[in-house]
Ligand binder design. Structure first.
Ligand SMILES: *[C@@H]1O[C@H](CO)[C@@H](O)[C@H](O)[C@H]1NC(C)=O
Ligand SMILES: *[C@@H]1O[C@H](CO)[C@@H](O)[C@H](O)[C@H]1NC(C)=O
Ligand SMILES: *[C@@H]1O[C@H](CO)[C@@H](O)[C@H](O)[C@H]1NC(C)=O
Length: 768
């Protein structure tokens, strides 16, 4: 049969597999900004390290009844199809992932997919408009070893009167995620540790690998007792939505179910923060993904000025939770990639720094040395427009994703590159602080991690900043003079941010291992867990010497370390009872405390797009359980949904003291932050004034004194008894109202900016 007569025959059959209530959900026909022709989404993608097998491969065995058709729009110009009931094909492969690509149209119906002889899915390839190179079935969770996939055409579909078709264009096989090629323990731990360092049974941590994030976990925030929000860049993730790969999802902390979110703009390297009313904003990103820098045409729109809204959503099934954006109404006044967002004492968000376009290390051309607010503010004559920040000029080049925390006097601590300052946003002044010692740079791409240590009424909320890891690599060097083997820094630096503390300056200590891109996670015990990162190299991918796969960093640090800020100097770091992971967590890794007290660890993707080479795109989740998880834990009951500043509330508690003595009882508010690129924006722990009733069953707590100490918005409350924390419960601090909107400033931003300045600037009409 000629190609022509074959397609005529298809036309004749065209109405037969018709669905009565056809809804075409696919993303096709989208016109990307800067283009005039609608582009077809073609999800066929072979990640580096994976292998594609064409329909014509001798490894695919067909039963009778299949016909080969030819067209340039098929993978390798050919596809096989059949409308014979019971016709099948078989393909054996070795690996952990299999994807089946083929066509869909109105003549297609249901196929049965068997893996290793087990029926795993009934797949319907019907669609309203003909589409080629569609991913029809996939499974990325196969066990290590050899597998056989069998596809059987049922010829059926509800309502069809004639046999329906199925087709195979190509299979893509993904190898199993690797373990590091050199898992040999560091010299430090080859001999058994001295008895004093061996874990007592009550000091055992456990590490469990369970669940998959569906979209790569570049950004992570806990949004409810049951869910985390995960945000990625536009790339070929396994999770799909409306016929295209998803790049954001809700992840169920208990069942590990993932629900895709329909984010519209490219959120590549956005920042995020909750506002006082519980709404989460995800801010900034990258232009539309293009071939050379990212996968082509997902139907995404430019995210550089995006403000995406995720309204509070406490549904335990994630039903009705979604993210929306409307750039004609809400957008930033300037383009920002790698910006940091923090919640302010008035419940609004401050959006700091970033680059005006995507790239790698910042430079004077791309730098956006300003801050702006959402909702926009009329401060210092800005009328909502960006406010210049000299600090972000002086800290070039390694100054993206600046570190920032609200201090208890309402000023803002910032660190970037090798420097630090305190910004007074009310009078727009910078107080420069001593540089971080020993030339250590702490922000992208020399990323360290930072926290504001717990604030306590017992010392009048004396703020102390803690910054760990980073690199001393010269940030003026071009990438081709930097190696993935350049050592990271093991330095942690602490400074009390009071007049006296600043005079005393930074105090440094050394982590057991050097780390670039670590994550610092505050535990409810007031300790800090340092996890993830690389022993050598620099952030990013694909542009330094000695890349591993595409990774600019190497020597993953596989064991976490616990830091006890209040312990005497010299005994603050401990790895006693700490398990070692076998999953490298390099660039684009994340970690957060989850409400039950465990630490969720995800991500790593030093790649342009989903990749299966060494340091490939990592979707597996690990759960690190501190020793307290296996103890009898205290409980908080009758936690109010809202706690205002200075408000006194009586909670009932079940203390479960660990000893005979008077129990040590603390109550803390925690902000679990918005985590990305080693920045834990808004991460915070504030102890509350408490009084325990005579019989230890009631606890009177007093809300934090003001929004400087705990910026109004979502929080988690825990009671910690003799060092054992309860499960954390969510509440809102403050009155729960929306941040004030300055209508004038908001209007001015819309009047003076366009929704897509980046595209405007490319066509010469922009204002950058
Ligand atoms: C993207 O890639 C496709 C296929 O390789 C090519 O036809 C198209 O011109 C590319 N588009 C751009 C913007 O480079
Ligand atoms: C600045 O950075 C951009 C984005 O990475 C890059 O395209 C440009 O060449 C850089 N400019 C200079 C002067 O290095
Ligand atoms: C919270 O405030 C922001 C900013 O004004 C607004 O866009 C959002 O809709 C508000 N959310 C709720 C739940 O009211």
């Amino acid at each position: 049969m000629t190609l022509h007569s074959f397609s005529l025959l298809f036309y004749a059959l065209a109405t037969l597999c018709l669905n009565v209530c056809a809804v075409d959900l696919a993303w096709n026909g989208h016109t990307t900004p800067g283009s005039t022709t609608p582009a077809r989404f073609s999800p066929y993608y072979v990640p580096p390290g994976a292998k594609s097998y064409d329909s014509a491969s001798p490894l695919v065995l067909y039963s009778a009844g299949w016909t080969e058709v030819y067209s340039k729009s098929y993978v390798h110009n050919s596809q096989r199809g059949t409308d014979q009931v019971g016709a099948y094909l078989k393909f054996s492969f070795e690996g952990c992932g299999i994807e089946w690509f083929g066509s869909c149209n109105r003549r297609y119906g249901i196929s049965h997919v068997y893996i290793d002889r087990v029926l795993v899915q009934k797949v319907d390839a019907w669609c309203d408009k003909e589409r080629k190179q569609q991913r029809i079935f996939w499974d990325f969770a196969l066990s290590k070893g050899k597998h056989t996939i069998q596809i059987v055409n049922t010829g059926e579909r509800p309502g069809s009167t004639q046999p329906c078709f199925t087709s195979l264009d190509a299979f893509v096989v993904t190898q199993c995620p690797g373990v590091p090629s050199d898992p040999s323990p560091s010299p430090r731990s080859t001999s058994p540790p001295p008895a004093s360092l061996q874990a007592q049974p009550n000091e055992e941590w456990t590490l469990e690998q369970k669940g998959s994030t569906g979209v790569h976990a570049m950004q992570l925030a806990i949004i409810s007792p049951t869910h985390a929000m995960i945000v990625d860049k536009v790339e070929h993730n396994p999770l799909t939505l409306d016929g295209h790969p998803a790049w954001a999802a809700l992840f169920n902390l208990q069942s590990h179910a993932v629900t895709p979110l329909s984010i519209k703009s490219n959120s590549f390297c956005a920042g995020g923060s909750f506002l006082s009313n519980g709404t989460l904003i995800v801010v900034g990103g990258n232009p539309v993904a293009e071939n050379k820098t990212a996968p082509a045409d997902f139907g995404d729109v430019n995210g550089l000025q995006s403000i995406r809204f995720f309204q509070p959503c406490y549904s335990s099934s994630a039903a009705g939770c979604d993210i929306y954006e409307n750039p004609s109404q809400f957008r930033m006044a300037s383009s920002r990639w790698y910006n940091t967002v923090i919640r302010m004492p008035d419940g609004s968000a401050m959006i700091i720094g970033g680059s005006k376009k995507g790239g790698w290390i910042n430079n004077a051309t791309t730098n956006n040395p300003t801050l702006e607010y959402f909702p926009p503010k009329s401060l210092h004559g800005s009328n909502g427009m960006p406010i210049h920040l000299p600090f972000l000029v002086d800290t070039l080049n390694s100054n993206l994703f600046p570190i920032a925390f609200v201090l208890p006097d309402g000023t803002i601590f910032m660190a970037a590159n090798n420097d630090a300052m305190i910004y007074n946003w009310k009078d727009n002044t910078e107080q420069r602080l001593p540089s971080i010692p020993n030339g250590v740079r702490v922000t992208y791409p020399m990323a360290g991690t930072a926290l504001l240590l717990p604030l306590s009424p017992s010392n009048n909320y004396q703020p102390e900043i803690f910054i760990c890891g980073g690199s001393t690599v010269d940030d003026t060097k071009p990438s081709y003079e930097i190696s993935s083997q350049a050592p990271a820094s093991a330095q942690c630096s602490r400074m009390v941010l009071t007049k006296d503390g600043i005079q005393e300056g930074w105090k440094t200590e050394q982590m057991p291992e050097a780390r670039l891109m670590p994550d610092a996670v505050l535990l409810p015990t007031g300790q800090v867990l340092i996890v993830n990162g690389a022993g050598t190299g620099i952030s990013g991918y694909g542009n330094v010497l000695h890349q591993v796969g595409a990774s600019n960093a190497d020597n993953p640090v596989l064991k976490s370390v616990l830091y006890t800020p209040s312990a005497p100097e010299g005994s603050r770091f401990s790895q006693v009872g700490m398990p070692q992971s076998n999953i490298p967590r390099l660039y684009h890794s994340v970690a957060t405390l989850v409400p039950d007290g465990r630490v969720m660890i995800a991500g790593s993707n030093p790649n342009l797009d989903r990749s299966a080479v060494k340091y490939g795109t990592e979707y597996r989740v690990e759960w690190l359980s501190p020793p307290y998880m296996s103890k009898r834990r205290p409980q908080l009951k009758k936690v109010p949904k809202q706690l205002d500043f200075g408000q006194m509330v009586v909670l009932s508690v079940q203390l479960q003291p660990q000893g005979q003595d008077q129990p040590d009882v603390k109550v803390a508010l925690m902000d679990l932050g918005y985590v990305t690129h080693a920045v834990h924006a808004n991460s915070r722990m504030v102890y509350l004034e408490t009084a325990l009733s005579e019989y230890g069953t009631e606890l009177t707590i007093t809300g934090p004194p003001n929004g400087n100490v705990y910026p109004p918005g979502p929080a988690w409350i825990v009671v910690v008894v003799d060092g054992i924390p309860s499960v954390a419960q969510q509440l809102i601090i403050g009155d729960g109202k929306s941040p004030e909107v300055d209508e004038e400033a908001q209007k001015n931003v819309l009047l003076n900016t366009s929704p897509d300045q980046y595209e405007d600037s490319k066509s010469g009409g922009g204002e950058e």
